[in-house]
Design a binder for this molecule. Structure first.
Ligand code: COA
Length: 258
């Protein structure tokens, strides 16, 4: 089981549970998360969603073996018709509040998915990172739009062009997270916050969330489309292949030949 789901006291929890691979997300896991979000949306008993990981690791982002496989594929299917995009659209279109408990490292989509959650609590041991460029890739999940909006071009250049990791405290300063919580308490804290929606009128919460998100929705989806075209091409690039191979060979990538 790599994605665990459970609904309790009005909160649908989606728990990323693949600790042996640092919660790296496979195609099947994206589909399971998309299905879980859509099911929670339909379930009248659910007032809020909680996305969480394992102690010390939220997610190490996309499974790099899956990236390598996609990079080697010769048939060019529609890059928008994939489980990862279905997960992105499910999260963007979820009209119930989504709370994230970032239990540890949040790499790649581990950080960019937070841009689409409503309330984000980060463990004091968490490290966030958007290492796309270092992998020969480009930003995804509308991060090329939303990160500069949140933190400006200068800090975006540090986080995206230089791919510098950053702490939970910086995530709060930048507007990505609400608060830093001690590691042992972050899931409990996020759950308590999610449960607060049980006392609020659900239709008003949903309509308010729609209004908060509506002005940016089209731009976000268009940005994802543009990013995805470039991202799919970059997956096939020799730069990306060198980066993926270097990761699995546990060495530094060598981009000097490009
Ligand atoms: N995809 C596939 N496998 C991954 C993975 C990923 N994104 N992240 C970690 N793993 C695997 C490792 O290959 C290793 O497998 P092994 O035990 O079979 O050798 C195992 O998970 C443990 O990872 P390791 O790197 O040894 O753990 P760590 O605690 O030293 O470091 C991270 C944790 C998250 C910092 C590090 O694993 C990492 O940087 N992962 C890649 C992140 C990434 O680039 N993601 C893509 C973003 S677009």
């Amino acid at each position: 089981m790599t994605i665990k789901t459970a609904t309790h006291n009005g909160v649908a929890t989606i728990e990323i549970a693949r600790p042996e691979k640092k919660n790296a997300l496979t195609v099947d896991m994206y589909q399971a998360m998309a299905d879980a979000i859509n099911a929670a949306r339909e379930d009248k008993a659910v007032r809020a969603l909680l996305i969480t990981g394992q102690p010390g690791i939220f997610t190490s982002g996309n499974d790099l073996e899956d990236f390598m496989k996609r990079g080697r594929e010769t048939s060019g299917g529609d890059p928008m018709d994939t489980p990862v995009i279905r997960f992105m659209l499910a999260l963007i279109d979820c009209d119930k509040p989504v709370v994230a408990a970032v239990t540890g490292a949040a790499v790649g989509i581990g950080t960019t998915m937070l841009l689409h959650c409503d309330l984000v609590y980060v463990s004091d041991e968490a490290r966030l990172a958007m290492p796309f460029v270092g992998l020969g890739l480009v930003p995804e999940f509308a991060s090329s739009l939303l990160v500069p909006q949140l933190m400006g071009q200068r800090r975006s250049a540090e986080k995206i062009l230089l791919a510098e990791p950053f702490t939970g405290e910086t995530a709060v300063e930048c507007g990505i997270a609400n608060a830093v919580i001690p590691a042992g308490e972050v899931v409990h804290h996020a759950r308590r916050v999610a449960e607060r929606f049980n006392a609020l009128p659900p239709a008003a919460v949903r309509e308010a969330k729609r209004l908060l998100r509506a002005p940016m929705r089209e731009q976000i989806v268009n940005t994802i489309r543009t990013e995805t075209t470039t991202f799919a091409a970059r997956l096939k690039s020799p730069e990306a292949m060198e980066a993926f191979q270097a990761f699995f060979q546990k060495r530094k990538p060598d981009f000097s030949k490009f």
